[in-house]
Ligand binder design. Structure first.
Ligand SMILES: [Fe+2]
Ligand SMILES: [Fe+2]
Length: 246
């Protein structure tokens, strides 16, 4: 999707400062995730051509092409967010270092991480249309939200492609479960750190900082659209899928 991005410093929820901080922390690292996904999926598919069906090879080619398009637009969004004073380069430098530490891991471990990331992105994509952070009733529409909704449509299929690739390569399911646990804990801690970095960059006073963490706690744990309940439910679904596959 090609779009001319034009958005204000506070663009999430009802142009809410705090919702924007939560969204900035969630979407700033996406191009780094997508770069890891594309280079891992492409290199594993290339080096296992004979073992894989034509169907899965074509699906991986489509996934890689969609991710490259997404990354291009995410980088444009990140550039504008940097101009609005968010510490995007700093956040992404740390995330890049994290992924570089996977370079010496085995292919099957990297692919497990790709499946988990596509799974997490699919969960966010399923939640996006109803999320109070983005599209709930009465919120103002802007180009970032419209891009995220378009992006979410592509993302719904990526998890299936990555898990089909994983199964065709006969990688043991225990590796996936191990990384699900590791990445879930790591990404929660990482998200809180990124939020903290965003917060420091905005020079909030003591009172606003307290309000922000109360707001975050509410978004995470309160009500039908609480982020935590959706995460727990989707993890149970993934674990069930992994145990039941033949
Ligand atoms: Fe993507
Ligand atoms: Fe994806």
């Amino acid at each position: 999707m090609k779009n001319i991005f034009n958005f204000k410093r506070y663009w999430a929820g009802k142009d809410s400062k705090f919702d924007t901080f939560l969204m900035v922390a969630a979407i700033a690292p996406v191009p780094i995730f997508e770069h890891f996904i594309t280079r891992t999926a492409a290199s594993i598919t290339n080096s296992n051509k004979e073992k894989l069906s034509t169907k899965i090879r074509n699906e991986v080619i489509r996934l890689v092409s969609e991710e490259l398009d997404h990354s291009h637009d995410h980088r444009t969004i990140n550039k504008i967010m940097s101009e609005h004073g968010y510490p995007i380069d700093c956040i992404n430098h740390n995330i890049e270092e994290y992924f570089l530490s996977f370079d010496d891991k085995k292919c099957q471990e990297k692919l497990a991480l790709v499946v988990i990331m596509e799974f997490k992105i699919r969960q966010l994509s399923e939640d996006a249309p109803l999320s109070p952070l983005l599209f709930n009733e009465g919120v103002h529409f802007n180009t970032v939200k419209s891009f995220l909704l378009e992006h979410a449509k592509d993302e719904l299929g990526h998890y299936n492609v990555s898990i089909d690739l994983y199964k065709e390569l006969n990688i043991p399911r225990r590796i996936l479960l191990k990384y699900l646990l590791k990445f879930s804990i790591g990404s929660f801690i990482g998200y809180i750190r990124i939020l903290n970095r965003v917060l420091h960059s905005q020079n909030l006073g003591f009172k606003d900082t307290i309000y922000f963490w109360l707001h975050t706690t509410k978004r995470m744990f309160w009500g039908k659209q609480a982020i935590a309940s959706s995460v727990i439910k989707s993890h149970i679904d993934l674990i069930r899928t992994v145990f039941l596959w033949k």
